[in-house]
Design a protein around this ligand. Sequence first.
Ligand SMILES: *Cc1c(COP(=O)(O)O)cnc(C)c1O
Length: 401
Amino acid sequence: MSITTQIIEQNETYGAHNYHPLPVVIEKAEGVWVHDVEGKKYMDCLAAYSAVNQGHCHPRLLKVLTDQAARCTLTSRAFHNDQLGPFCAELAAFCGKEAVLPMNTGAEAVETAIKLVRRWGYDVKGIGEDQAEIIVCDGNFHGRTTTIVGFSSEADYQRGFGPFTPGFKLVPYGDFEAFAAAITDNTCAFLVEPIQGEAGVVVPKEGYLRQVADLCKQKKVLLVADEIQSGFGRTGRKFACELEGVEPDVLIVGKAAAGGFYPVSAVLADRVLMDLFKPGDHGSTFGGNPLGAAVAREALKILTEEKLVERSAELGTYLMGKLQDIDSPHVDLVRGVGLWIGIVLKPSAGGARRFCEALMGEGLLCKETHENVIRIAPPLVITREEVDWALTRLERVLKMD
Ligand SMILES: *Cc1c(COP(=O)(O)O)cnc(C)c1O
């Protein structure tokens, strides 16, 4: 039995079956490349759902991680640590917000934002007790906690997990009129992904976010942007909200915040809003720990110093153009922005899975998103030559029978 089969069987036998991975077992990684246990090399076109925008095993992150691990990993929030202050200051400056509340995973940061905007609804907007409503979108993905899956529109995410938290209202994504019609006096916030990643890189029509942001201001509704996947350069901007010149009231980040070395997420807002949290209102044992904070500080510096945002814009435009030029009988459309592209297949193509399996055979790791979308989101450190390498293989596979 090959070592690959052996490890996969072990995982099947002893692991929970809550994923359906491609049959590849990765043992090491570097930049845009990963190596499997058989010695085969692949290009990673998923980048851990954009958590490794800075590239796998970035040497600067490795150094900071090991140095900091040898110095101090965790204090407790009962004391200060020397990394947290600088981390908050640097992340706040990068994001253009006044204050940072650090957490660990994306879902936790979304939960934190929900608490923050609800409290604002009661304490500032004057909504009656337990009446606050948050508007969310069809096709949303904000994580997997019970509260969050409770307002998903995906049956698979919800089935058998109820009862769910009330106070959420679903509207169609990209439909400004529907959003406007859903606002009531009890609406405290609109929680939205500026571009929906897990839904298959769904880009709303131009002007949507701008219109939504303007109405939010007018109606006293907080705009909460979940940029956990779209942020940190993925779209060719620091944050996807910039594509429409929008400044959300609350910004949620995660994933690439620490370049794949460590789970670091955060909620950002201006001081007046963030100060609605008082000591004891919220917390996390690991949130803001010195190890995560040190790595995240370096991960931010890398984005800036290696000009990864600019690279994403430039190579994204190039890749998108080339993909749109491929004459394939299976492709319905290619959409996206920056190095974040969804190849939408026609129903006749027989699903995206078989294309992802064929791409794997060609040395390219992609993952189908829902039934019919191949998502292309490589680490942002990818070079033009590497993009061309991927294009040759994508073209071959998209033209197969
Ligand atoms: C991945 C993701 C989350 C959840 O992050 P976790 O770290 O997996 O909890 C939330 N929102 C968006 C948009 C995401 O892509």
